[in-house]
Design a protein around this ligand. Structure first.
Ligand SMILES: [Zn+2]
Length: 279
């Protein structure tokens, strides 16, 4: 919005200088004829030249005359026009990217799993696959069969059940073994290989290092399970389960060691914690 000083740098038709809005948008081309103000006019020009008050029939033209009347009282030849930016609390001279973004974006409902996917120190490529999995956007065979009729939907890891999201990441013999190896020592009595139960247990009240280990292990496991599944689908020889487990464990340990080195609060002894929870 423009705060008019002398009106010299404010377009009468195309800047927003009053609460009514941008006049060209309200009145259109017809308005330019009705008002008798040229298209390129500045507010200053209109205030200085135009103003033997006209009587208009249309309600919006009268409103504009009223606004011009108010402006004529305020107009100051010594002040420059100012650009104002919209904030949620009103117009200000300062521009804020965040305020503007908040005003133009559509806010959705906050999903309850967001913090399990996007957390501080997460690895982007693992978080991305996890995110796709949570949204059920990975091309698991149950989904592929919806647009490609007649394909074999059997899970390539266990060859024992149809491949769905919850099967490949939790219920499959391969994934449930990996999941157990990774988290049973951490969850102890509350251990479960049901996705829903685990998600319920990972809450904000859980100790930070415990939560970080489970969340991170979940992402690494999902990433490598999905990679292995893709490799097998493309005819590559299967990676033995023990090798896959070692790879996952090593990836987690590297991360924990890195995080520990950064002295993040609550994660000071996260690597020792991981070792102490191995079966
Ligand atoms: Zn399976």
């Amino acid at each position: 919005m423009k705060e008019v000083g002398n009106g010299r740098h404010t377009s009468f038709w195309y800047d927003k200088w009053c609460d009514l809005g941008v006049l060209a948008e309200i009145l259109g081309d017809r308005g330019i004829i009705d008002m008798g103000v040229r298209r390129e006019a500045t507010v200053e020009e209109v205030l200085n030249n135009h103003r033997r008050r006209r009587r208009h029939r249309g309600a919006s033209l009268q409103d504009i005359e009223k606004e011009l009347g108010k402006l004529a009282e305020k107009q100051s030849n010594s002040e420059l026009d100012k650009d104002l930016w919209r904030w949620s609390s009103g117009f200000k001279q300062k521009f804020s990217t965040m305020e503007t973004w908040q005003l133009i974006r559509e806010t959705g409902l906050q999903c309850d799993w967001g913090s399990r996917v996007w957390f501080s120190k997460a690895t982007p490529k693992f978080a991305f696959i996890t995110w796709l999995a949570f949204k059920d956007r990975l091309s698991t065979l149950d989904r592929v069969s919806r647009w490609s009729q007649g394909i074999d939907t059997t899970c390539v890891l266990c060859k024992n059940a149809p491949e769905t999201r919850s099967h490949i990441f939790f219920e499959c013999a391969v994934s449930s073994h990996i999941w157990e190896q990774l988290t049973k020592g951490i969850m102890r009595n509350s251990y479960s290989n049901s996705c829903e139960t685990v998600m319920r247990l990972i809450s904000a009240s859980m100790e930070k290092k415990k939560r970080f280990c489970i969340n991170y292990a979940l992402q690494v496991a999902m990433y490598f399970l999905w990679r292995e599944r893709n490799k097998r689908r493309h005819g590559e020889p299967p990676m033995p389960l023990s090798v896959m487990l070692k790879l996952i464990d090593k990836t987690i340990r590297n991360k924990l060691s890195l995080v520990q080195g950064k002295r993040v609060k609550g994660l000071e002894e996260v690597l020792q914690f991981w070792f102490s929870t191995r079966l």
